[in-house]
Design a protein around this ligand. Structure first.
Ligand SMILES: [Zn+2]
Length: 308
């Protein structure tokens, strides 16, 4: 009974917390309900919510879970956009949490991390991590196969990014890259996870699935690529994966999105668009290009968050 109460208290805290994204809330609940044996999430802390870190850790311990917390690092948000300048400001700290059902899980993770830091034994460490996070065997196999050389030979630039976008939309509840869009194991997991969230935290399930749209202008900032020693692995590009920034604030924030496009746009191009948020992703419908901001200034380091 004690354990059940501790779990329910953790669920309530996570659902109403301000420091976790909706996707990370989903991940913590899947982990705590024992559908997943391990997970990795990020908590954002600002001066308003300092106590959340302490409360989260206390509640995890009460449930008997073990975890590793990273050192806090700063994160930035866009403060304002004026003229040709996108002004970023440090607004808080983020902490990465690796969560485990027990010490055995933590030891598997440490073995994986040890190999990953040394960039050794790609296949072995992928199997360790894949088992720990309950990924389907077919997806672990494909992940091991996907070296830069394999990607270059089997996928074009556009198809590679299209697959990533399609996976996010088709399997919003899973935490790995599916081997292919038709992967049965991933579909089964996605349904299992969705049903579990619906049962345990229906309000979170509703919020995660809710579609919210707004009209804005997007400013084309940087372009993504897969590179080795600073050079693209693709000899030719059949598309462009841009980071675009919303010129208008929505819910008080200027969001940054990934936009995959067959059309090439110069940096600073303004695109009139309708953006729809759903799950952890955004659907972008470009209406038209409408001018270019010359000499765009947007200096900061993009934060790269790993999937678990
Ligand atoms: Zn698969």
């Amino acid at each position: 009974m004690f354990k059940k109460e501790a779990l329910e208290s953790l669920y309530d805290f996570v659902v109403s917390s301000r420091g976790f994204s909706l996707k990370d809330k989903v991940k913590i609940i899947l982990f705590a309900s024992q559908v997943k044996r391990a997970s990795s999430v990020v908590m954002r802390i600002n001066s308003r919510d300092l106590e959340e870190k302490f409360t989260f850790e206390k509640k995890l311990k009460k449930c008997g879970f073990v975890f590793l917390a990273s050192k806090p690092r700063s994160y930035e948000e866009i403060e304002k956009i004026s003229g040709n300048e996108i002004k970023w400001d440090i607004v808080g700290l983020w902490v990465n949490y690796d969560l485990f059902k027990n010490k055995r899980g933590m030891n598997s993770f440490l073995a994986y991390r040890h190999l990953a830091l040394k960039k050794q034994e790609h296949a072995r460490r992928s199997i360790i991590a894949g088992r720990l996070y309950d990924y389907p065997k077919c997806c672990i196999k494909q992940y091991i196969r996907e070296t830069p050389d394999w990607l270059k030979e089997n996928l074009s630039y556009y198809r590679l990014y299209k697959k990533l976008h399609d996976s996010d939309k088709k399997f919003p509840f899973i935490c790995h890259e599916p081997c292919m869009i038709g992967c049965k194991g991933s579909r089964k997991l996605d349904m299992l996870y969705s049903n579990m969230i619906k049962k345990i935290a229906p309000e979170l399930w509703d919020a995660y699935r809710r579609k919210v749209s707004y009209d804005t202008e997007l400013i084309v900032d940087s372009e993504s690529d897969i590179t080795i020693h600073g050079k693209s692995i693709f000899d030719q590009k059949d598309g462009h994966e841009y980071v675009v920034i919303a010129r208008h604030a929505f819910n008080g924030k200027h969001y940054a999105y990934n936009l995959l496009s067959k059309t090439a746009y110069a940096r600073g191009t303004i695109l009139k668009a309708r953006v729809t948020h759903q799950y952890n992703t955004a659907y972008i419908k470009i209406k038209k290009a409408d001018g270019v901001i010359k000499n765009l200034i947007s200096e900061h380091e993009y934060e790269v968050l790993k999937k678990d």
